[in-house]
Design a protein around this ligand. Structure first.
Ligand code: DCT
Ligand code: MG
Length: 388
C-alpha cells in the first residue's frame, strides 16, 4: 500500500517565514504554528507515535514522546527540510527519527511507516480507540478476543460488558468520529450562553482546546465557563447540565464537581509533570450532545448529530490558568509545566502557580495568560503558535 502524504501545504501562513528556528529545550520556548513546512515528515511521525503508544506496551510512552518531540521541532522549523544536514541543528530529532527523515528524503516515503499502515492490528486498535471510552488496553483485549469491527463490539456488548461511555461510543461511532467544525462549535457555544444567561447572567463561555489555537476542526468542543464574581460559579455546572438535559440536548453526561478547593495561599505539592486528569479539579462535564445540523447538511435522516462536548467551570481567580491549560496543546502544557518546575521551581497547573523556592510555597496570582508567561520569564507565545 502506498502512503499518500499531503503535499506541502500552499496555504501555510506567510507569518511562519518571519521567524527563525530556535533549538530550545522546551517546546513552550518557541513558536509551533498550525500550518508549517514539514507535513510529510510530521505525518509520518504521527503514525509512528500512535504505533508506539498502541502496540509497544512496555516502552511505548517514551518512544511515542520521542516521536512527538521530533515532530514538534519540525513543525517549528521555518522552512521545508530538503537536506539531512539541516537536521544537525535540531536536538530533538533522535536517531530513529533521523532514519525516518532520511528515508523520506531519499525515497519519498518511509518503509517503516508503510509497514505500520499495512498492519491489520494497527488499524483495528486505531478503530477501537476511536470508540468513546475505549483506551489502548481495552482495544487490545477486544482485538485478542478476535473482534475486528465496531459492529463486532456492538453485537457482543453484553459479553464484553461495555461501560456506559463505550455503549454510547459504539452507538454514535460515526457521528463522534466525524470532525467537528467551527460552525458546530459556535452553535453549541450559543446554546450554552443562552442557557447560562437564564441561570446566571454575565457568565463568560469561551471556546478553548484546538479551536482556541486556530484549528478549523477537532474531535470535540471544549468550553470554559466563568463569572466575574468568584462565588457565582458554585453549583453552576449542575444547573446548566440540568437545563440542557431538560431541553433534550444531552445524550450522555459524565460530571465531576466539588473537587476544586484551591482557595488558600499554598497548595499541596504534587508532581509538576503529572497529567491533566490527576491535577485538574475544575468542575467539568464530559458530554455527548445533540447538535442541530445546518440547513445545508441533509445527507442523513437525523436532523441532529452527536458531538463530544466538554464543559468546564472555573472561578475568576483561576481563570487565566484554566484558560492556558485548556487552550493546550497537550504537549505545549507538558513542556510549559516541566519548564516551570525544572527551571523555576514553580508548580503550574490549571488552577494556579506556586513558587516552591519559598517555604511554605507562595501562590503567584495572574489575571491573564501574559502575566503567567511573564512570571515564568518566558516570551509570550500566541495561542495559534501553541500547536505542538
Ligand atoms: N489537555 C491536556 N492534557 C491532556 C488532554 C488535554 O493538557 N491529556 C488540554 C490541552 C487541550 C485541551 O485540554 C482540550 O483537550 P482535547 O480536546 O483533548 O484536545 P484539543 O487540542 O482540543 O484537540 P481536538 O481539536 O482534537 O479536540
Ligand atoms: Mg478539543
Amino acid at each position: 500500500m502506498d502512503i499518500q502524504y499531503n503535499e506541502h501545504s500552499s496555504d501555510a501562513r506567510s507569518d511562519i517565514d518571519h521567524f527563525s528556528y530556535q533549538d530550545t529545550k522546551y517546546e513552550c520556548q518557541r513558536r509551533t504554528p498550525l500550518n508549517h513546512h514539514n507535513k510529510k515528515f510530521t505525518e509520518a511521525f504521527e503514525i509512528l507515535e500512535k504505533h508506539a503508544s498502541y502496540i509497544d506496551r512496555e516502552h511505548g510512552e517514551s518512544r511515542a514522546l520521542a516521536f512527538r518531540k521530533a515532530s514538534c521541532a519540525l513543525k517549528s522549523y521555518p522552512r521545508e527540510i530538503t537536506r539531512i544536514d539541516e537536521i544537525s541543528k535540531i536536538t530533538h530529532v533522535g536517531e530513529h527519527s533521523l532514519r525516518v527523515i532520511t528515508d523520506i528524503l531519499e525515497n519519498g516515503y518511509s518503509e517503516e511507516v508503510q509497514d505500520i499502515i499495512s498492519c491489520e492490528m494497527f488499524h483495528v486498535i486505531e478503530l477501537f480507540t476511536g470508540i468513546y471510552g475505549c483506551g489502548p488496553s481495552t482495544a487490545h483485549k477486544w482485538y485478542s478476543l478476535g473482534h475486528r469491527t465496531t459492529q463486532d463490539i456492538k453485537d457482543n456488548a453484553e459479553i464484553l460488558n461495555l461501560n456506559v461511555q463505550q455503549k454510547y461510543g459504539v452507538e454514535f461511532y460515526d457521528d463522534l468520529n466525524a470532525p467537528v467544525d467551527m460552525p458546530d462549535a459556535l452553535r453549541i457555544q450559543r446554546l450554552v450562553v443562552e442557557q447560562l444567561d437564564l441561570i446566571q447572567p454575565s457568565c463568560s463561555a469561551e471556546i478553548v482546546g484546538g479551536f482556541g489555537r486556530g484549528k478549523q476542526c477537532g474531535h470535540d468542543i471544549d468550553i470554559l465557563i466563568s463569572h466575574p464574581e468568584e462565588d457565582k460559579v458554585e453549583g453552576l455546572l449542575v444547573k446548566l447540565v440540568n437545563r440542557l438535559t431538560t431541553l433534550g440536548c444531552m445524550l450522555h453526561t459524565a460530571l465531576s464537581v466539588g473537587k476544586n478547593v484551591v482557595r488558600k495561599e499554598t497548595f499541596v505539592k504534587t508532581k509538576a509533570t503529572q497529567t491533566r486528569s490527576t491535577m485538574d479539579n475544575l468542575d467539568r462535564c464530559f458530554a455527548i450532545m445533540k447538535v442541530e445540523k445546518s440547513a445545508t447538511d441533509n445527507d442523513s435522516c437525523n436532523s441532529w448529530i452527536a458531538r463530544r462536548v466538554d464543559l468546564i467551570i472555573t472561578p475568576s481567580s483561576q481563570y487565566a490558568f484554566s484558560l492556558l491549560g485548556w487552550i493546550g496543546s497537550k504537549q505545549f502544557n507538558r513542556s510549559l509545566r516541566l519548564y516551570a518546575w525544572k527551571e523555576m521551581k514553580i508548580h503550574l497547573n490549571s488552577h494556579g502557580m506556586w513558587d516552591h523556592k519559598l517555604t511554605p510555597p507562595k501562590r503567584i496570582l495572574a489575571t491573564d495568560e501574559e502575566e503567567i508567561f511573564k512570571a515564568l520569564h518566558l516570551d509570550f507565545v500566541e495561542r495559534k503558535d501553541r500547536n505542538c
